[in-house]
Design a binder for this molecule. Structure first.
Ligand code: UDP
Length: 139
């Protein structure tokens, strides 16, 4: 298994619930290391660019509004199989379908306010890490 880096975002709903620490603990317990982190307020342009891949989807406008509704906590995580491991910890996009014990099952309220984002592949991880942490190299 390769050492990878992935991008995680703790979304505005989870930041507002004051569960940043609880979510970060799960990454740490799973052996993922935080190699960069910051609390940021995204602008509309930031959110539109970050989610550009979804711009034709019906939920795009609401997704952008949600992502700028408050600060987000962004991290680059590193570890063995980090991309898939983070996706496993997150659980399914819709918290109603997320496995028990996953972050979304425990902290998300709905398919749109779903607590966390995680890169879905090596190529997206590279682009997403560069978007928030241009000084950091994806691996
Ligand atoms: N989303 C939404 N409605 C939907 C599907 C997705 O609001 O019907 C939002 C949700 O916040 C999700 C994000 O768009 O996390 C990106 O969707 P994707 O299918 O890439 O899910 P993810 O990779 O986040 O699990």
């Amino acid at each position: 298994m390769a050492i990878e880096r992935t991008l995680s975002i703790i979304k505005p709903d989870a930041v507002a619930k004051n569960v940043i620490g609880k979510i970060v603990s799960r990454f740490e317990a799973a052996g993922l290391k935080i190699v960069a982190a910051k609390l940021v307020q995204l602008s509309q342009a930031d959110a539109e660019q970050f989610y550009a891949v979804h711009k034709e989807r019906p939920f795009f406008k609401d997704l952008v509004s949600f992502m700028i509704s408050g600060p987000v906590f962004v991290q680059a995580l590193e570890g063995e199989d980090a991309i898939a491991k983070n996706r496993d910890l997150m659980g399914a996009t819709d918290p109603k379908k997320a496995a028990p014990g996953t972050i979304r099952a425990d902290f998300a309220d709905s398919i749109d306010a779903n607590a966390v984002h995680g890169s879905d592949a090596a190529e997206t991880a590279k682009v997403e890490i560069a978007f928030f942490f241009p000084e950091l190299k994806a691996r």
